[in-house]
Ligand binder design. Structure first.
Ligand SMILES: [Fe+2]
Length: 464
């Protein structure tokens, strides 16, 4: 085992802006270039892996290690603070000699996403670990699966339904549930209202899902648990399987029992591939389901430690036909891109615009690039070029109050600058992404390339 900070030639998943940071900052009254929109009142939160202890350089997987949440509070046209905090875990407790108000029960903290729901802030990860509740200022409260109503682990990618206020999730937890996967609904009041089990005999890694008004869309694709790796104690015992029966499932949201789920799920065959993230999903008038999604040819085959060396993702439209049990694929954009997002108002409904982050593979090693806005009705796209030394993260759309159009709002994204080794929060006008940013909030340190986050309005999860 090797201390991360002693090696310059670390795994690509531990070097450059993938390397963890060591300092937890609290900085107030941040410097801003431009003007923070006065209507933005809340926090931009972002989670990512930030291993706290020693790691094995040969076998370290990018998706593993302690979580660190970064947050910027905006209000009154100002950037009030930046904070970054480890997500509470047994590892953080032991390494930093830290105590928390409640119990933390996972060896390492959720490191993949951070959300606000029903007045609380949660850090999330998939595969068996329960969410960790954070305070408004990102301190750990305890391991807390939705007011202690969650039976098992959760997912990093719940899907919010703006019509009901519910959150829907597909959650696997093979150590506990083996080949059963859960469909979990958390109500608008913050507690679990439904837990349904369905069978997934291939034990697939299901990172994300689609949600429509009728269905939960299940991605049963050829990256799955390898029992030999699991028995050997591998910390990340999943890999690509060439002979896997790749399929997409349409699980009616109305299912009321485990038997009901297995009897009514509609499985549709698809060419072998992998996808982490749908951009959005919706039902069509003729009974089909549209899923726009970033698709990989192959994943975790040659490179078992990260996602971008077997293939790189392209944006596709999948048309799922439950009548013929088939999926038709159409490439929307051949450029490599990830982190797809849409406006909250069109979640699970037809959308015109989608936003992604480009991946640049022109050098020896991949890196994140620019912010892409797709007009899926016109079949066009625009790019905000952040600059040659700058790498953008996930673009989070925030609608303007009383917005008049789907793109009437802002895109908020963390941008790392290799020239300064620091990061900014960049705020773009979503209706004019090629224009100058409305604001660039300068952070005192770099925010490592991590994964996902959200804009959490103070009206949803207010300051304590
Ligand atoms: Fe993800």
């Amino acid at each position: 085992m090797t201390a991360i900070e002693t090696l310059d030639d670390a795994s690509p998943y531990l070097s450059g802006n993938n390397a963890p940071v060591r300092t937890e900052h609290t900085v107030v009254d941040l410097e801003v270039t431009g003007q923070v929109p006065k209507d933005l009142e809340g926090r931009l939160l972002r989670n990512g892996p930030n291993p706290i202890g020693d790691v094995d350089m040969e076998s370290h997987h990018w998706f593993l290690g302690d979580g660190m949440v970064h947050g910027i509070r905006l209000a009154d046209g100002k950037a009030h603070w930046y904070r970054n905090r480890y997500v509470g875990s047994e590892s953080v407790q032991a390494t930093l000699d830290r105590t928390f108000p409640g119990e933390v029960t996972a060896s390492s903290g959720p490191n993949t996403n951070v959300i606000g729901h029903a007045g609380r802030t949660y850090a999330l990860v998939e595969a068996g670990t329960k969410p960790v509740e954070l305070t408004y200022e990102l301190e750990t409260v305890e391991t807390n699966g939705f007011e202690h109503s969650l039976l098992n682990g959760y997912t990093a990618h719940p899907k919010y339904d703006p019509l009901t206020g519910d959150m829907h999730a597909i959650a696997y937890s093979y150590a506990e549930l083996l080949d059963k996967v859960q469909y979990v609904v958390v109500g608008a009041d913050g507690a679990v209202t439904k837990t349904i089990h369905f069978s997934a005999p291939g034990m697939p890694m299901i990172h994300d899902m689609g949600l429509t008004q009728k269905y939960a869309v299940i991605l049963d694709l050829p990256v799955a648990v390898d029992l030999e790796l699991a028995m050997a104690g591998s910390p990340f015992p999943v890999r690509w399987f060439n002979d896997y029966d790749a399929r997409v499932g349409l699980l009616p949201r109305s299912v009321s029992s485990d038997e009901d789920a297995d009897a009514n799920i509609i499985w549709c065959s698809i060419d072998p591939c992998f996808a982490f993230h749908p951009l959005n999903s919706y039902d069509t008038d003729d009974g089909k389901v549209i899923v726009d999604i970033c698709r990989y040819d192959k994943l975790f085959d040659a490179d078992r430690n990260g996602p971008f060396r077997d293939s790189l993702p392209q944006l596709e439209r999948w048309t799922i036909d439950p009548a013929s049990h088939s999926v038709r694929r159409n490439v929307i954009d051949e450029r490599f891109q990830e982190f797809p997002r849409v406006a909250g108002a069109v979640l699970n409904a037809p959308h015109r615009y989608g936003y992604t982050t480009s991946i640049d593979d022109s050098a020896d090693e991949w890196k994140f690039g620019n912010t892409i806005k797709h007009d899926l009705t016109a079949g066009t796209s625009e790019v905000h070029d952040h600059g040659a030394t700058r790498e953008a993260g996930e673009p989070v759309f925030v609608s303007r109050p009383n917005s008049t159009g789907e793109d009437d709002g802002w895109l908020l994204t963390m941008v790392y600058d290799a020239a300064t080794d620091k990061s900014d929060l960049v705020i773009l006008d979503a209706a004019n992404v090629v224009g100058e940013p409305e604001a660039i909030v300068h952070l005192p340190a770099r925010v490592p390339n991590g994964f996902h986050g959200n804009w959490v309005r103070d009206s949803v999860t207010p300051p304590q």
